[in-house]
Design a protein around this ligand. Structure first.
Ligand code: G
Ligand code: G
Ligand code: NA
Ligand code: MN
Length: 255
């Protein structure tokens, strides 16, 4: 398809880059890290990941896409470390296809080692669907290897997929990211989302898992979540995904 051709060309010509969206401690207001979100500079403007992801995943190219993002993120991290910009932790997104061959942990850890970076600068976000994929054995081994090395694991879009609560015990999950669809109506009166979000926050607290709320757009949502004990917030209220060049300034302003 034209889409696949475009996507492959973009991968080869380095027109896929990470943008970085800040994560903010809801208690102190400090910036505690960023999520790397891919952006594609296309002739017709900036394209979003959903468009490229679907095209590449169908053709088994998600490994190349993740490698490209990893290379960019690690080179940005090395630059930030050199120039005294403390970004804390950067999260990258893994796809189901990344776990097919069983070499995902090596792909991450070898790059960190080559760059002389500690594993603790990275977090891996995976969606619930990855945990129930057919490569569950590889997923389990990979997440354990990464966690042992110091890469933390976040479960993305929590509450929208198929993962059962058992997965929280089975896999080394450090962080739950509560999906943005539950956050949207939090400042409306008595929405069911209040009940769900409160339950997830309680569950996470009792399991010793930290929490991130996605898609925070209003101060009321942030205040509600802070009151309920949610650790970290992410969303347009704090910042949109931004190019690497703006990250240093963001940290200076917030911390
Ligand atoms: O940035 P945006 O809202 O368009 O992201 C849409 C979806 O694409 C999100 O679910 C996000 O997790 C996913 N995504 C963003 N960047 C990457 C990436 O580098 N790799 C993978 N596999 N998914 C990504
Ligand atoms: O699948 P994932 O949850 O990782 O998707 C994150 C996507 O949500 C990114 O594409 C990002 O651009 C988008 N996003 C981030 N913050 C907000 C927000 O506050 N509001 C909305 N509507 N989208 C957001
Ligand atoms: Na994500
Ligand atoms: Mn998400």
């Amino acid at each position: 398809t034209g889409m696949l051709w475009d996507a492959r060309t973009a991968l080869q010509s380095n027109r896929i880059v990470p943008f970085y969206q800040p994560k903010v401690c809801l208690r102190t207001g400090e910036c505690v890290g960023f999520e790397a979100l891919l952006r594609w500079h296309h002739q017709e403007g900036l394209r979003l990941p959903s468009e490229i992801n679907a095209a590449l995943e169908d053709y088994g190219l998600s490994v190349q896409l993740t490698n490209r993002m990893l290379d960019c993120v690690i080179s940005d991290l090395a630059f930030w470390l050199d120039s005294g910009v403390d970004v804390r932790r950067i999260a990258i997104n893994g796809a189901a296809g990344d776990f097919r061959r069983g070499d995902f942990a090596d792909r991450i850890l070898q790059r960190l080692e080559s760059a002389g970076l500690p594993a603790t600068v990275l977090q891996l976000e995976v969606t619930e669907s990855v945990l129930v994929s057919q490569h569950v054995k590889n997923v389990d081994n990979t997440l354990r290897t990464l966690a042992r090395a110091g890469v933390t694991i976040a479960l993305d879009d929590f509450g929208t997929g198929y993962a059962s609560l058992t997965h929280l015990k089975q896999f080394p999950v450090h962080t739950l990211k509560i999906d943005r669809s539950f956050i949207r109506r939090l400042d409306a009166e008595r929405s069911e989302d209040d009940v769900i979000v409160s339950a997830v926050l309680d569950l996470a607290r009792n399991l010793g898992i930290s929490t991130v709320a996605e898609g925070i757009e209003t101060p009321a949502q942030a205040a509600y979540l802070a009151r309920k004990g949610c650790d970290v917030g992410q969303g347009y209220l704090f910042g949109r995904p931004m190019p690497a060049a703006q990250v240093g300034e963001m940290i200076e302003v917030w911390n």
